[in-house]
Write a protein that binds this ligand. Structure first.
Ligand SMILES: Nc1ncnc2c1ncn2[C@@H]1O[C@H](COP(=O)(O)OP(=O)(O)OP(=O)(O)O)[C@@H](O)[C@H]1O
Ligand SMILES: [Mg+2]
Length: 243
């Protein structure tokens, strides 16, 4: 997804650079306009550098799903998550000890956890609490939300909740759009949740959001249970990979 977006973005930047180049050649260097055009040219050129990095990153990402227990993956990430969110934010873990197995790429799981926890941390003015919860969930009937339909089936649920600023409806309907951000310039790219969304769709899962202005937000990620015959994970398999 990042690859696709940066590719389109790169094409647009080529147009901006080309037009800026032409206009520069048509204006006198002593002209005020010439200097402004130079700024535009420089900014577009450095934006091209960023898209090049994104494209390289997207190409490097090969996906290797494997059977794992979500609790093990979270355990392996906890230290790093605590460092990311800082000392003022409390992190509470509520794991279901009998969690079903999922077939998932560990790097993608890490990306989901990091993005959701950083967003939660950003939703606090200072002190706050983030709760990460795992549990098994059976949907007997499909559920329709505003955004999508959740198919019936067995899922492992990962929920990340915060008691931060929450969101209004106008924000909530846009949060999965690439580049949508409410953060100040240079503080958010608006790519975090669109990445999470892409990963979940790639894995046939669903995302439910519960948010209220001033009260907090909970993201619930539904990951399909692995239904193959080998429902056993070799001991230490996942933790080894994450350390
Ligand atoms: N836990 C949350 N509480 C309140 N608002 C949130 C939360 N998570 C996401 N949002 C809203 O959704 C927007 C989009 O989130 P997303 O992660 O895609 O981008 P970002 O955090 O702004 O930037 P980036 O993740 O690229 O640094 C945020 O700017 C914010 O307005
Ligand atoms: Mg984010």
């Amino acid at each position: 997804m990042a690859g696709g977006v940066s590719h389109d973005f790169n094409n647009l930047l080529t147009v901006i650079l080309g037009q800026a180049d032409l206009s520069l050649s048509e204006t006198d260097p002593s002209d005020k306009l010439h200097k402004r055009l130079k700024f535009i040219h420089q900014a577009a050129a450095s934006a091209k550098g960023v898209t090049r990095q994104l494209l390289a990153y997207a190409r490097k990402q090969t996906i290797a799903p494997k059977l794992l227990n979500l609790n093990d993956s979270i355990d392996g990430m906890i230290k790093m998550l605590c460092r990311l969110i800082g000392e003022e934010v409390e992190l509470v873990l509520k794991s279901d000890p009998d969690l079903w197995t999922i077939n998932f790429d560990t790097t993608q799981l890490d990306q989901i956890l990091v993005n959701l926890c950083i967003n939660a941390k950003d939703a606090f003015a200072g002190i706050g609490k983030i709760v990460i919860e795992t549990k098994n969930m059976t949907l007997d009937n499909p559920i329709s939300t505003d955004q999508e339909e959740f198919l019936s089936g067995e899922y492992v649920l990962l929920s990340v909740g915060d008691d931060g600023c929450g969101m209004d409806n106008a924000t909530m309907v846009k949060i999965f759009e690439p580049f949508f951000t409410t953060k100040p310039m240079y503080q958010g790219t608006g790519l975090g949740l669109s990445t999470v969304y892409g990963i979940i769709k790639q894995n046939n899962g669903f995302i439910n959001i519960d948010s209220e202005l001033g009260k907090g937000t909970t993201f619930e990620i539904y990951i399909p249970r692995h239904m193959g015959e080998a429902d056993e994970i070799k001991a230490g398999d996942t933790t080894k990979e994450l350390q």
